[in-house]
Design a protein around this ligand. Structure first.
Ligand code: PEP
Length: 267
């Protein structure tokens, strides 16, 4: 029997999370103060967006690096919070990231797919989170291993974190497909059916890898009764330095959200 029964629904995490689906949006990677603030200001106009995501320490596949500007960015994020009232959310991959985010009042942390794939990293993060009162979302591992995902969720939960969610971002495809990641919807469906209390967020940006598929993947997630969507955006997507193909402008995001039909299904 797992301890994940004590997970709390997202609308109890913060007063602001009173809509469904919850929409999380923001840049893949923080490029500058101007990009961060302008994107947040535009997103503030999109009703359903409640959480502003930002890649501070960006895990890059290739040698391209955005450097370690963590401290500056965390200060800019505080400005975003004060100016827009959006909750802030940052990816953490090490105890140092956790400590810095908590010191700078980041509202929500997320653990990325590559980190979930490594149980040693999850153990270190669980130690750093022990006794901390912060919500944590955990992406699925790169490979379609539901037990690895559950193991990460349980370890973080055992550290005392009950405001938790799973993020489905699809799985690494070994062959070329029209989508960047294979959704394998049966995996989040099984997770949700085993842990009814665990909120489930879909990350259509990383499944799609291209903005043209985002609407259809988001609709599928809602049809499966997922609790929210995490979609990358940039105030000038054509100039985005990371994940340009899948990044929407806040206006495009608004259009996608308006086109979604919210049916009440259960999985
Ligand atoms: C991201 O969401 O920015 C991303 C690259 O995925 P991950 O969180 O898995 O690193």
């Amino acid at each position: 029997m797992s301890g994940l029964e004590n997970c709390k629904p997202m609308n109890t995490w913060f007063k602001k999370l009173d809509t469904r689906p919850i929409v999380i949006s923001g840049p893949s990677v923080v490029e500058s103060e101007e990009q961060l603030l302008n994107t947040a200001r535009e997103l503030k106009k999109v009703d359903q967006v409640k959480i502003f995501r930002a890649g501070v320490w960006k895990p890059q596949t290739a040698t391209k690096t955005f450097g370690d500007r963590g401290l500056d960015i965390l200060q800019w994020l505080n400005q975003v919070k004060q100016e827009t009232g959006l909750l802030t959310m940052v990816e953490v991959a090490s105890p140092k990231h956790v400590e810095m985010c908590l010191r700078h009042n980041v509202d929500i942390l997320w653990i990325g797919a590559r980190t979930t794939s490594n149980p040693f990293s999850i153990q270190e993060l669980a130690s750093a989170l022990q006794g901390m009162n912060v919500p944590v979302m955990i992406k699925n591992p790169l490979n379609p291993d539901i037990n690895l995902w559950i193991g990460a969720l349980e370890q973080i939960n055992k550290a005392g974190i009950s405001r938790m969610a799973a993020i489905h971002c699809g799985f690494y495809p070994f062959e070329q497909t029209s989508l960047r990641n294979i959704p394998k919807w049966e995996i989040p469906i099984e997770l949700k059916s085993r842990f009814h209390n665990l909120p489930m967020i879909c990350d259509p940006s990383h499944i799609a890898g291209d903005k043209q598929h985002i609407q259809q993947i988001s609709q599928k997630a809602l049809d499966l009764n997922m609790d929210g969507l995490m979609i990358e955006s940039h105030f000038k997507p054509e100039e985005a330095l990371s994940e340009l193909e899948e990044t929407l402008s806040p206006a495009e995001l608004d259009e996608v959200l308006r086109g979604l039909v919210c049916r009440l299904n259960s999985i």
